[in-house]
Design a protein around this ligand. Structure first.
Ligand code: TRP
Ligand code: ZN
Length: 483
């Protein structure tokens, strides 16, 4: 284990410890309303929840969102947010009513296709009853006017998520949930959509979001409106807004805009240099995984003590300043950029599939380390295989339980499973599989079962026993050998 790698592993471990991960696979919260008995996820009209066993109320059934248009005005001095959200969706069933997720804030007005609609709040659900039911198959537009002081969602086991008021602005960030703290949303990765953002902040502050920068223009009262658009389907937890005093870098790479921002409170140095390597790392990953999936590049470094992680927010990851306190760190950049393929473009269908994101992103760190002339992927595997404790072998990464979503098993054993697959099938088949998986599932959602099926098809061999041990077993599998 090189100094560098130990540093990163330690940081991840510390970050996870700080987030309070426990070994107890408890569901994180109780459902507030029960889905209709016998309901099929995705087609049931109305009820809260898409049927994710780990997060029963996350998301909503009965419709599919195509686009969010989010106009938000935020005053950091008062912590007041005023929002106007337009949600364009298609009904999957007749909808006499439907739910959106919204935590806190005050809803002032809801229309459906321009007509006023009744609305009530039930916990973190906004229940909308249109004047007339939306018919199955119909496209419809919901507009919600709201305001208030956003509050993050607190969770004892996996940390807080959502809109955080910071010293000079705000950061909206978090996984598995964060979006519902600042806009009404179908808050589950199974319903991906395009996003347009118009973020209005006091003049002099920067407001960054996902996707392609669409410029700034003056707004009333000494404010500035920053516009962004993410045209590729995006899971709601991958949306972000960062407001504050930042030094920004703009550019172009392979015909795509680059926009990065580093908190002004940080000394110029390691953070700026690491983020500046974004396009180089992305080009390397492209050579392994296939075409970069999005229309923009970038990264944001925040100096906010409550954010101890990085998150793979689409096209523009957000990094805690902590990652760069010890000097340049491109390992974390490789991890978050690898998620652009695995997590963002190919998204989990349910949260139990999280190892598909974290195992592959951690493996990308191993590949990047080898590419940079540091430890080889094999050396990193050997070290992890020898050093991982019982906790890692007892928690199956492909069925970790809600409390262990971000456990070491998901990250390190997930990456070890990827390496075991590589050793078993050989480099040719392995790298073909990664590219095939990214291409076939691009802009979609995927499950572990689909990954196993794709691996068996691409590699031309049965692999269920291999995956059974590495992904679902509760003890350390034998080291892999070439078949
Ligand atoms: N997915 C992130 C990563 O691996 C880590 C993460 C888990 C996270 N939960 C979070 C980041 C909440 C921010 C907020 O890079
Ligand atoms: Zn990750």
């Amino acid at each position: 284990m090189s100094r560098n790698r130990r540093g990163l592993a330690l940081l991840v471990t510390v970050a996870l410890a700080l987030a309070g991960c426990t070994a107890d696979p408890e569901p994180r919260r109780e459902p507030r309303s029960t889905p209709t008995p016998g309901a099929t996820p995705g087609v049931t009209p109305g009820p809260a929840g898409v049927g994710d066993p780990y997060f029963p109320t996350a998301g909503n059934s009965g419709y599919d969102v195509e686009r969010y248009t989010l106009k938000v005005r935020y005053d950091p001095a008062s912590d007041e947010l005023r929002g106007d959200a337009t949600v364009r969706a298609t009904a999957g069933a007749d909808l006499p009513l439907f739910h959106l997720d919204l935590a806190g804030l005050t809803v002032r007005r809801v229309t459906v296709d321009g007509n006023p609609a009744r609305h009530t709040r039930e916990g973190t659900e906004l229940v909308v009853t249109p004047a007339a039911p939306v018919r199955a198959g119909a496209a419809f537009t919901v507009q919600v006017g709201y305001d208030g002081r956003p509050e993050p969602l607190r969770n004892e086991t996996i940390g807080e998520g959502g809109w955080l008021h910071t010293a000079d602005g705000a950061v909206a960030l978090g996984q598995p949930e964060s979006a519902s703290t600042w806009f009404p949303v179908n808050d589950h990765p199974s319903d991906k959509a395009a996003y347009d953002f118009e973020i209005t902040v006091p003049k002099g502050l920067v407001a960054v979001a996902n996707g392609v920068p669409r410029g700034q223009r003056p707004a009333a009262g000494g404010y500035t409106t920053w516009r962004w658009s993410e045209a590729a389907p995006m899971a709601s937890y991958l949306s972000t807004v960062v407001i504050g005093k930042y030094r920004t870098t703009t550019g172009e790479h392979r015909g795509r805009p680059v926009f990065s921002a580093v908190a002004d409170t940080l000394p110029r140095g390691a953070a700026d240099e690491s983020i500046a390597r974004t396009v180089t790392v992305a080009d390397y990953l492209e050579s392994v995984f296939g075409p970069y999936p999005f229309a923009a590049y970038g990264g944001v470094v925040v100096d906010e003590p409550r954010i101890r992680y990085a998150l793979e927010t689409q096209s523009r990851p957000v990094y805690s300043a902590n990652f760069f306190r010890g000097g340049e760190n491109t390992g974390v950049v490789a991890h978050e950029l690898a998620h652009q393929w695995f997590g963002d473009s190919v998204s989990v269908a349910r949260w139990e599939d999280i190892w598909l994101n974290e195992g592959l992103a951690t493996y990308a760190e191993w590949l990047w380390s080898e590419h940079e002339g540091r430890d080889s992927a094999q050396a990193t595997f050997d070290q992890q295989y020898a050093a991982s404790d019982d906790g890692v072998w007892r928690v199956p990464p492909a069925a970790p339980g809600a409390a262990n979503l971000f456990s070491e098993s998901v990250y390190q054993r997930g990456a070890m499973a990827v390496h075991a697959l590589r050793v078993t099938v050989g480099d040719d088949a392995f790298f073909r599989l990664l590219r095939t998986w990214a291409a076939e599932k691009r802009n979609g959602n995927a499950t572990t079962a689909e990954f196993v099926a794709t691996a068996e098809r691409v590699c031309g061999q049965q692999l269920d026993d291999l995956f059974a041990g590495w992904l679902y077993g509760t003890e350390r599998p034998a080291p892999p050998t070439r078949r």
